[in-house]
Design a protein around this ligand. Sequence first.
Ligand SMILES: [Zn+2]
Length: 721
Amino acid sequence: MVESGIMVVRAERRPRRLGDARREASLGSWYRDAAMHSRWDDAEARRLEGLDLLVYASRLIGAETSLVVWGGGNTSIKTIERDHRGREVQVLRVKGSGSDLKSVQRKDFPGVRMDDILALLERDDMGDTEMVSYLAHGLLDSGGTRPSIETLLHGFLPSHAVIHTHADAIVSLTNNDHHRDVFAEVYGKDVITLPYRRPGFRISRDVADALRGHPDATALVLERHGTITWGATVRDAYDATLELVTRAEEAIAARKRGRPVFGGPRVPMREGAARRAAALAAAPRLRGALSRTRRVIVTFDDSPPILEFVSSAHGPRLSQIGPATPDHTIYTKRLPCVVALEGRETGESLVAAIEGAVERFVADYTRYVDANRFEGAELGDPRPRVVLLPGLGMFTAGRDRRTTGIVNDIYRHTIDVIGGASAFGEYVSLSARDAFDVEYWPLELYKLTLAPPEKELARRIALVTGGASGIGRAVARRLAAEGAHVVVADLDEVGARKTADEIIAAVGAGRALGVGMDVTREDSVSAGLGETVLAYGGLDLLVSNAGIAHSCPVERLSLADWERSFAVNARGHFLVAREAMRILTAQGLGGALVFVATKNVMSPGKDFAAYSAAKAAEAQLAKVLALEGAPHGIRSNIVNPDAVFHDSKLWSEDVRRERAAAQGIPVTELEEFYRKRNLLGVRILPEDVAEAVLFLASDRSAKTTGCTITVDGGVKDAFPR
Ligand SMILES: [Zn+2]
């Protein structure tokens, strides 16, 4: 209950928190309680004013994902500021294009002069390009963020604060074939609704005209699009949004209660382990099929709300009607790809069904573009972003893990909207032409171009074994810095997660994953590669690096120590490479294997038999893989480092002592001994090895396979030959 008296909050056993409704929905129940509760904190808000208060309220709106999908929605205030000459001018501060409400900052709100905006009320229509350039001229500060393409929706309304969302609940009310009756029942005459029109000048004009005709309206709804609410204060506009949405959520909840949504299950939902096995078999082939133009990252989701929808009697058909709002189209495309499954397919029959569905999607999508194309529109990547598998779950595709998360989130909201709309009647959507106009709208495409240019290893997935320390950690960081998604595998699971967390802190969420992996065990290796595939869809680069050292003369060497060295330094590389080859060949996108071996392969040292012999096996394996991988475009190369002490677990105290003894020097002089031994007289650091690995893992070495690069400062006996 808030002082304005318009919020209705039900008595509950515990206070609700942000995201509760989503968590409850993900527990598998389709019934969602009306959940839109105020998150306004008076104590915090009281300290803020003007633009700071708007930023605060915008973040509250953005944090509730059922109000706006990523990047969607916008907010504004009208305020008095001083221009470059010190004159007081009325300014609209409105969210800029390409920022996201939940993390929006002051700088994301460009100021547009109100007199420039109001002058446009004289006009009947205006082209998009002209409008964008006109608004750019009206900016208080030149340069900086481009104002939202929905700026005029805000500027044409007289109120101080305006909020525009794409609330799921409201869209559910408009996207059904009984929406007129539904609106009259829920809102009476308080709320104006306007038929769908693409964002731009005309819809802003319509909104201004409609309000002039109904000055008592409390809110305005754009059909198949979203809400517009306003107030004399930011708080009033925020409360008005919540009241509008709460009434819609309550109406939906009342209609849904006790009804099976989507007609109940059609296809049996497989149990968790079977779903995981099927997804593992399917993902690399799917990623290959979706990456024919450019590689994509692919993420699997089989959470209960997804499974319920894809496995239901009506879900797959309803999914082919269209997007919930124009905003959804940008990330998910107009339609998802539905794979025709009966719930029992496995292995090849599953993969064939998926590949067939993707092929049909491409043909249909190309037809849709041809039928609706306007001058200057070029066919984009015709492959799906969302793939629905009855009985199994959903795959989403995108340029990186963050994007697959956004696509996933947007499709979850689409499912919510379809479910809500179906409670009132038959779900309806934008026409194919309207969806196309938004998907290929130059102003929307502009938003996507705001992302920085892609790095060399963008869209690639790398797995680095022994990634918790030393060379492995340096390699993982280096590949991530060049844009790769990196799975850090190590026997030391805590260390692997720590390296992954460091990478995420440096390059962004979703870009690294830490997994525990014992490379000597088949089940552990296949589990680690499985996690990689479920998180990212496949693999492009393997850096097989995990190793151990043991120093002892042969006559005293125990069989156990010999076999332990072979287990890690030979079998480990075999197991990891075998699993990687299976994924790489299934994808059909080529790939690179890089084996971190040792200078000892070329130039063995005494008392180092177990280590050198096993590492020689690794090097031979790498060369055979160059032969076997070549027909698939898979390259296999070797890096031979020497004496990399820094951050190394391989150079344990024991190994240092034993190697010093073998060289006949005090242990304190060991590092210096190795430095002086090489031609350049340099210390070798993990970062030096990482540079060589990057070269061999990237397309910089696209025409090199079966090769060995030394990173040892120059050791004559160890020159490759
Ligand atoms: Zn909008």
